[in-house]
Design a protein. Structure first.
Length: 96
C-alpha cells in the first residue's frame, strides 16, 4: 500500500510540475542567448545578437513545438538552422 501511495504522489507531483509553454519560452530565450553563439558566424547567432531582448522570447515561441506527455514535455525549437531539443520535467528543462 505504501508503494502505491508513493507512486501516486510522485505521479501527481510530476503532473503538477510539468513546465508549460510560458516557462519554456523564458528558458529557451536565455538558453539561446548563452549557447547559440558558440558558432559566431551562424545566422541564428547573428539574428539573436541583433534582436532586441523583448522580441527574442516571442520570436522563439513561434519556432517552438511542444509534445506533452502529461508527466513531462519535450520541446523542440528550430531557429535559422539551429535546433534545440529539451525535456521539461519537475519544473526544470534539460537539453538533450
Amino acid at each position: 500500500m505504501k508503494i502505491a501511495l508513493t507512486i501516486a504522489a510522485i505521479t501527481a507531483g510530476l503532473i503538477l510540475t510539468n513546465p508549460n509553454e510560458v516557462s519554456y519560452a523564458n528558458w529557451i530565450a536565455l538558453h539561446m542567448q548563452t549557447h547559440a553563439c558558440q558558432n559566431q558566424g551562424s545566422i541564428a547567432c547573428q539574428t539573436i545578437e541583433h534582436l532586441p531582448k523583448d522580441m527574442l522570447k516571442p520570436t522563439l515561441e513561434q519556432y517552438s513545438y511542444r509534445q506533452n506527455f502529461v508527466l513531462f514535455s519535450i520541446y523542440t525549437t528550430q531557429f535559422f538552422g539551429l535546433q534545440e531539443r529539451s525535456v521539461g520535467i519537475g519544473g526544470h528543462f534539460f537539453s538533450v
